[in-house]
Design a protein around this ligand. Structure first.
Ligand SMILES: *Cc1c(COP(=O)(O)O)cnc(C)c1O
Length: 355
């Protein structure tokens, strides 16, 4: 750290991304990326003359992309905000919506970035414990009078709240923004986007990183009341108006033109998830009822960290969190059926080894 860094940043506890080791070709089941390539339309769009246009700034209004998103979700363009990854939406929301009292509420076990943003902006976080079975009790979030953020489905548990439960939270917190992070909604959850027409305090964020096979493109979007969207635009134009690069903009439009391709890939992931769940249960694992592109699993014959290490030694990466309450679990991304078979075989071998 240099002597020039402001004191308020000296103790930041930054987000630690899942490892991306370069030492060998791993089967990567640790960062919830898609195992599938983007659709043909995306590959074509990015390889087109658009590359030559890189000398020009990208469209700061992102109008073509916003119009595609609004069509798909049945809202107006003015209800859509697009960002350089949905992490940027979370960032701006913590910056803009935590209120004069600078307070935020989110589940104790959830996406690790929430805490990081709260710290970055000096926001006091109330982190509500999950229930014993790792589910969220929606009643804990009623009448909070604070900025609320909930991932639905939640990560790394994969569990969902119902639309009705979220509506209760939104309805009873009318003076604060409720941000629902739907990064995984396409894998079996139900979106609350329709509720954004009814409630001006509900913001929904989504990403192209998981279900749309484009984590490396960095593209996320938010849907909400047009005044909330204007607030996000205000912050964007005060920081980085050209927040999405040209190639990502055309890739996003092209992806939405082949939406069926992505929805079919999601179905494939769900099928592979069901296969993985069935096989892991046979091996003695306990799992949460995941509605995402990962499973969250633990077993009695080996502890979580040891399983993570032994899988890594066999060339398979999964995500282990050292947090006390979940340290016996691993979060395993769902890949292709071949990758999941390789995972199951590796775990069978490990089970033999530790016997
Ligand atoms: C992956 C993820 C994000 C971040 O998505 P990007 O669009 O890649 O920034 C946000 N929230 C949750 C819960 C995630 O798992």
């Amino acid at each position: 750290m240099s002597k020039f860094l402001k004191n308020c940043y000296a103790n930041l506890d930054a987000y630690v991304p899942g490892e991306q080791p370069k030492d060998c070709e791993y089967i990567k089941l640790n960062t919830n990326e898609s195992p599938f390539e983007p659709s043909e339309s995306v590959i074509k769009a990015v390889n087109s003359d658009e590359v030559k246009n890189l000398r020009l700034y990208s469209d700061p209004t992102a109008s073509a992309l916003k119009s595609k998103i609004s069509e798909l979700y049945g809202v107006n363009s003015e209800n859509v905000y697009v960002a350089n990854g949905s992490d940027d939406i979370l960032n701006f929301s913590f910056m803009a919506f935590s209120g004069e009292s600078k307070q935020a509420v989110f589940p104790e076990i959830s996406y690790g970035f929430y805490k990081v943003f709260a710290n970055l902006y000096g926001i006091e976080s109330e982190m509500i414990p999950l229930k014993e079975d790792f589910s969220i009790d929606y009643k804990d979030y009623l009448y909070k009078n604070k900025f609320i953020i909930i991932a639905n489905p939640n990560a790394p548990t994969g569990l969902t709240l119902s639309v009705k439960e979220i509506e209760e939270i939104v309805k009873t917190n009318k003076n604060n923004v409720v941000l629902i992070d739907e990064a995984y909604v396409d894998f079996g959850g139900e979106s609350v986007v329709p509720l954004t027409k009814k409630y001006d305090n509900l913001l929904v964020s989504m990403t192209f990183s998981k279900s749309r096979c484009m984590a490396g493109a960095r593209l996320g979007f938010a849907i909400g009341n047009k005044e909330l969207i204007k607030d996000l635009e205000l912050i964007k134009y005060s920081t980085n108006p050209y927040n999405i690069n040209r190639l990502t903009l055309v890739a996003g439009v092209a992806a939405l033109e082949e939406n069926d391709y992505y929805m079919d890939r999601c179905k494939e992931i769900i099928k592979n998830r069901e296969y993985t769940e069935k096989e892991l249960k046979k091996l003695g694992f306990t799992l949460t009822d995941s509605k995402t592109n990962f499973v969250f699993a633990q077993c009695d014959f080996i502890d979580g960290e040891e399983l993570y290490k032994r899988l890594k030694a066999k060339g398979i990466l999964v995500r282990h969190f050292s947090l006390e309450k979940i340290k016996n679990y691993n979060r395993i991304t769902i890949g292709t059926i071949e990758q999941m078979r390789a995972l199951i075989n590796a775990i069978k071998e490990i089970k033999e080894e530790v016997k």
